[in-house]
Ligand binder design. Sequence first.
Ligand SMILES: NC(=O)C1=CN([C@@H]2O[C@H](COP(=O)(O)OP(=O)(O)OC[C@H]3O[C@@H](n4cnc5c(N)ncnc54)[C@H](O)[C@@H]3O)[C@@H](O)[C@H]2O)C=CC1
Ligand SMILES: N[C@@H](CC=O)C(=O)O
Ligand code: NA
Length: 439
Amino acid sequence: MTDVKQLKVALLGAGTVGAQVARILLEDTTELTRRVGAELTLTGIAVRNLDSQRDADLPAELFTTDANALITDADVVIELIGGIVPASEYIRTALSSGAAVITGNKALIAQQGAELHALAAENNTVLAYEAAVAGAIPILRPISDSLGGDNITKVMGIVNGTTNFILDKMDTTGAAFDDVLAEAQALGYAEADPTADVEGHDAAAKAAILASLAFHGNFTFDEVHCEGITKISAADIAAAAQENQVIKLLAIVAKSDAGVSMRVHPTLISRDHPLAAVRGAYNAVFVEAENAGDLMFYGQGAGGNPTASAVMGDLVTTARALVAGALTAPVEANELPALALDDVQTSYAVTMRVADQSGVLAQISSLFAENNVSIEAMRQTAMDEAEAAGVQANGDKAEAWLRIVTHVGREADLAATVEKIRELAVVKEITSVLRVEGN
Ligand SMILES: NC(=O)C1=CN([C@@H]2O[C@H](COP(=O)(O)OP(=O)(O)OC[C@H]3O[C@@H](n4cnc5c(N)ncnc54)[C@H](O)[C@@H]3O)[C@@H](O)[C@H]2O)C=CC1
Ligand SMILES: N[C@@H](CC=O)C(=O)O
Ligand code: NA
């Protein structure tokens, strides 16, 4: 190739993902040059500590602690340090100077995405973040581009590898929560602060990004209803198994005439549902579109190499656009409101310890009816039988274990029903309330 243009690439961060991006850039330079039509030159890697151990063997001379010097000289800045500060400042500096930005930082995009997109448009440059949602899975570009002419109505999926890894191991090996979390951290799946994973914040950030792109609006992390997996017990998992179900942390965003609902919570699904087969740190995302129908995307949702693949895809696409001088025009967002959780339609599985006496079921079922919630299934199990199945129980023969699954109803009605049941003297304890999908 003659007269090959050179594009200067600055990398911020050399952790789990950054180190693999640097490795691929250095190993595959010749092939990338051919694919892009320009030479991608890694000009430097900004880190906090020059002496830290890296996951890849990278030339020492590339490392610097002066991120700003790298940014101001770059055509493309890849931000992989994570967090809000200083990542936000670095990205703003880069976009303001006209550099394209690629990031995997869902926390930042879910908080400041609209402003950062506006800044990119003002400076006639690009902001890309395929790595931010579902790791290696190509999901953001398919939603924005391939389905850009369709009308997406719902996106639902497993978008956090760490929690799927934990729930899967708890289900299949009976391992304890803390041990499996430590394993997920060692494998590079978890966020720097794994609270973001287990409390559902990471999935909620991804839900806001998916909703913004699928429904052409501007939605933020704090508009997503978020429940994590920290309250899921071994007993919940055993109870689910008894019903041929598994518990998965799902992100569900849906559009109706009224607006957009966005939620993340542990969810019961049948073992026959395709999402039940998503194991380990794998992710899967279902998309429902008016004309395309149902689509499913599946792949590795976390880890250094899979996430680096998504970053490299953005880099190649961005570099090609820079070479062609053909950046995508900014899109005007619509004004769809974010809906309150109360208006969501879902179904519940409620499990409780109740007095084993006559009239109990009648009292409980009448509360469901009064609150406009229809019962789909009800199962009462003697305490010793429940205990034998690994389900939470206390062995008290005067009590029974009761599980009620409802038909789909309004979240506010379901929640009100549960509160009323809690007040009944015959109900000793509500041991879990889980939403159910795909019944
Ligand atoms: N690990 C994964 O599976 C995935 C991570 N991501 C996202 O990619 C980003 C990076 O994630 P990881 O590589 O896993 O994190 P990491 O914690 O392994 O790496 C971040 C690196 O950035 C460095 N750093 C932090 N502040 C810095 C600063 N001010 N200047 C220079 N370096 C700084 C840290 O020392 C660390 O080495 C995050 O936004 C994360 O949410 C996205 C998808 C998957
Ligand atoms: N911590 C995240 C990493 C990828 O986004 C996860 O576990 O999915
Ligand atoms: Na992705």
